[in-house]
Design a protein around this ligand. Structure first.
Ligand SMILES: C[S@@+](CC[C@H](N)C(=O)[O-])C[C@H]1O[C@@H](n2cnc3c(N)ncnc32)[C@H](O)[C@@H]1O
Length: 310
C-alpha cells in the first residue's frame, strides 16, 4: 500500500510529455502508421472543408504535420492551416502553415484531432481479491505494477462499472475533459478520431498498450515507447454532444471510393490504372475492417449545420 511508485496516470504523463518524453524526442511516423500519413485522408478533409466553407483548419496533435502538408497541397493558402503540437515545428512544413504549442482560444472552422485522445493519460484501476477497486501504480523503469488506494469514481460507476477480481478499467474522465475544453473553443465543427470502445464492448482487462519502431512491445512508461489506451468514445461523445460515426461511414459520406479500377483500364491506360490501383489500396486501408475503418469519428457541429451527420 506504501508503494514508492506513481499512479499510471502520472507515470504515463511523464513518459510521453516530460522533457525527455517519447513525444518530445521523436515523431509518431517513426513508430506507427496513422490515417494522417495517407494522402487520401487529407483529400477527404479537404472535401469537408469545401462543404463547410471552413476559414481555418486546426490539427490538434499534428505529429509531423503530415495531414496539414497534404491538405495545404489541396487547398493552398485559401484556408488558414494551424498545427497544434507539443513537438517542435517540422523543418519541411510549408511556411504558411501555423504551428502552436497549445490550442488557440477561438477556432473559426474545423478542429481535427486524429489519435490524440488515446494518448491523454488516464488513471488505471483494478478490482482486488476482496472486490475493492484500487488505483494501479507502476514502476516506470520496469512496468511492474502494484495496487494502491481504493479509487472512488462516479465516472467508473456511470461508464465502466467493474466488480470481478482482476477486472481493470481506464478512467476516461481526463479524455472527456480534454476534448470538452477543445470543443468549447470551436465555432464550426470539431472531430476527434480514435480507436475506442463503448459500454457494450469494454475490454475487461483494459487496453493499455505500448508501441515502438512499428511494433507492439511490453507496456512500460519509460519514455522510450508510446503508451496508449483505447478511448471510451460514448463517454467523450456524451460530454460534448457529439454524433458518432465509424471512419468507414464518415469517409464514405465524404466521397472516398475504395473500389478497384476496371481491368480494361490496364490495357487502355496502364499509367492511369496503376495510379487508380494505388489510390484504391490507400482508400481500402483507410476503411479497412479490423483496422482504420473501425476508428470512431466524434463529430460536434457547434453551429448545427450537420454537414457530415445529417
Ligand atoms: C499518436 S500521435 C498522432 C499524430 C497525428 N495526429 C497522426 O494521426 O499521425 C499523438 C500526437 O499528439 C501529440 N500531443 C499529445 N498531447 C498534446 C497536446 N496536449 N497538445 C498538442 N499535441 C499533443 C503528441 O506529441 C503526438 O505527436
Amino acid at each position: 500500500m506504501n508503494s514508492p511508485h506513481p499512479s499510471w496516470r502520472d507515470a504515463w504523463t511523464a513518459a510521453l510529455y516530460a522533457d525527455e518524453g517519447f513525444y518530445r524526442t521523436g515523431r509518431p511516423i517513426d513508430h506507427f502508421r496513422t490515417s494522417a500519413h495517407l494522402g487520401l485522408f487529407a483529400t477527404s478533409i479537404s472535401e469537408l472543408v469545401r462543404r463547410e466553407g471552413s476559414a481555418t483548419v486546426v490539427d490538434l496533435a499534428a505529429g509531423g504535420g503530415e495531414m496539414l502538408t497534404a491538405l495545404h497541397a489541396l487547398v493552398g493558402d485559401d484556408v488558414e492551416l494551424i498545427g497544434v503540437e507539443i513537438a517542435d515545428r517540422p523543418e519541411s512544413l510549408p511556411p504558411s502553415i501555423g504551428w502552436l504549442p497549445t490550442l488557440p482560444d477561438r477556432i473559426d472552422g474545423l478542429l481535427i484531432a486524429n489519435e490524440w485522445l488515446d494518448n491523454v493519460p488516464c488513471d488505471v484501476v483494478e478490482v482486488d481479491e476482496a472486490g475493492v477497486v484500487r488505483e494501479v501504480l507502476v514502476d516506470p523503469k520496469t512496468g511492474e505494477e502494484s495496487l494502491g488506494h481504493e479509487f472512488e469514481s462516479a465516472w467508473l460507476r456511470d461508464w465502466w462499472p467493474i466488480s470481478q477480481p482482476g477486472e481493470r478499467a481506464e478512467i476516461g474522465e481526463t479524455r472527456d475533459a480534454a476534448w470538452a475544453d477543445a470543443v468549447a473553443r470551436v465555432s464550426g465543427t470539431a472531430i476527434a478520431i480514435d480507436y475506442g470502445h463503448t459500454r457494450s464492448d469494454r475490454p475487461p482487462y483494459g487496453s493499455l498498450r505500448s508501441y515502438v519502431g512499428g511494433r507492439e512491445t511490453d507496456v512500460i512508461p519509460d519514455g522510450r515507447r508510446d503508451v496508449t489506451a483505447h478511448v471510451a468514445v460514448d463517454s467523450v461523445a456524451s460530454a460534448v454532444g457529439a454524433a458518432v460515426l465509424t471512419q468507414r461511414e464518415a469517409l464514405g459520406r465524404l466521397g472516398l471510393d475504395a473500389s478497384r479500377p476496371s481491368l480494361d483500364l490496364a490495357t487502355t491506360d496502364p499509367a492511369a490504372y496503376l495510379h487508380d490501383l494505388a489510390a484504391a489500396g490507400e482508400a481500402g486501408e483507410l476503411v479497412a475492417k479490423s483496422g482504420l475503418g473501425d476508428f470512431w469519428w466524434l463529430i460536434t457541429d457547434t453551429r448545427g449545420h450537420g454537414t457530415l451527420t445529417a
